[in-house]
Design a protein around this ligand. Structure first.
Ligand SMILES: [Zn+2]
Length: 378
């Protein structure tokens, strides 16, 4: 094996040093690169095949109407996706508009009645029986390079599971997730499957309200959209060099439908609906109808040419962006949703309680003082 490698390296060196050999087209590629290394470039040309690659971007808690507000701006990444690929502002997240169940559906391609995640507690889940997108890709071909960057820890720890992706990282801020995402996209030429999950809109929604009338929430969605646009810019440079990338961008739920600062335990269409956009590969451009969150994993696997399970194990999602006339997805039968309790949800409750306590205490204090004054006057 070692002898084989050595022979290969010598062969490459010979090829790159010969002026009349295969090296000449590589020199053209190197014109913009000051640190040109012929061997590196040759290896790149060999590996920079047209192998299919996928980028999935999830943005937590984006309601459809606010996604459309963001997409009305020229600089919007969502707008670019809609003009170049398949799009909808009417994608259904299933019967439970909570992060745990919805991210699980997105990444496994099966509904809550199969993966068993009914709330953010992940009680009695059956995720071990349903491979997520990254695990499925790694098991099919472990030489494929996968990367996952998230803010919300359960996506990494429970849905994907520890140590599954080649690069699997979690950050405390969306800004850090984003900085790392740009770095990986710029530098990692081997990347085959890239998953990034942002969270700011969900946080802003829980603190300030999920509504087109709440500036903090609308701004958080716009910022996530701008970050997505920056990823598209970097990706488009790679595509211009011949790489074959499919891009999917969506969210796990809306918000503000049943309560201003929530989205859980809801049958509200506003909470259960979000946007979905797909671009690249065999995508049929234009509006898509009947989109559901489980379509994400299946669309990604189809582009990556990873075989899909058949029979009883068949996934619930469909590659709708490639075949817009497909039958409707199966409607899942999941039990009643569990009320979501997250830190970001608790903050406004604690704030409200404190304000109430201070108000009551002030009222009692001034009332007593007044009665004391009246007593003194009398
Ligand atoms: Zn969420």
């Amino acid at each position: 094996m070692r002898a084989l490698c050595a022979t290969f390296v010598i062969l490459l060196l010979l090829l790159s040093s010969s002026p009349t050999s295969l090296a000449s087209p590589i020199e053209d590629l190197s014109q913009n690169s000051p640190s040109f290394d012929p061997l590196d470039e040759l290896l790149q040309t060999i590996e920079n095949s047209t192998a299919p690659r996928v980028m999935v971007i999830g943005i937590d808690g984006v309601r459809s109407d606010v996604a459309q507000i963001s997409a009305s701006r020229d600089e919007s990444g969502l707008a670019r996706m809609a003009s170049e690929g398949a799009w909808t502002y009417d994608s259904n997240v299933g019967p439970i508009s909570i992060s745990g169940p919805s991210w699980s559906s997105m990444l496994t391609g099966v509904w809550c009645d199969r993966h068993g995640v009914m709330g953010n507690g992940f009680d009695n889940h059956k995720l071990d029986q349903h491979l997520d997108l990254i695990d499925r890709v790694e098991r099919y071909d472990s030489s494929l390079k996968t990367a996952s960057l998230v803010y919300w820890e359960p996506i990494s720890n429970l849905i994907i599971g520890p140590g599954i992706a080649d690069i699997q990282e979690r950050y405390d801020e969306d800004a850090q997730v984003h900085e790392r995402a740009v770095e990986i996209l710029r530098e990692d030429i081997d990347l085959d499957l890239f998953f990034v999950a942002y969270d700011d809109p969900d946080y802003a929604g829980h603190v300030h309200g999920f509504s087109p009338d709440v500036p903090e929430y609308v701004d958080a969605v716009k910022l996530a959209d701008d970050r997505f646009a920056e990823l598209l810019d970097v990706l488009d440079e790679r595509i211009s060099r011949g790489e074959d990338w499919l891009v999917i961008v969506t969210s796990d739920h809306g918000g503000g439908g049943s309560t201003l600062r929530g989205h859980s335990a809801s049958s509200s269409v506003v909470d259960l609906t979000t946007f979905m956009m797909v671009r690249g590969g065999e995508t049929v451009a234009g509006e898509i109808y009947g989109s559901v969150v489980v379509d994400v994993a299946v669309t990604a696997l189809t582009h990556l040419e990873v075989p899909l399970p058949n029979g009883e194990a068949a996934l619930d999602g469909r590659p709708l962006a490639f075949q817009p006339d497909l039958e409707s997805a199966r409607v899942p039968d999941c039990s009643a949703p569990i009320v979501e309790v997250t830190f970001s949800y608790i903050v406004p409750i604690v704030q409200g309680t404190l304000v109430l306590i201070i108000a009551v205490a002030s009222f009692i204090f001034f009332k007593r003082r007044k009665s004391t004054t009246i007593d003194e006057e009398e």
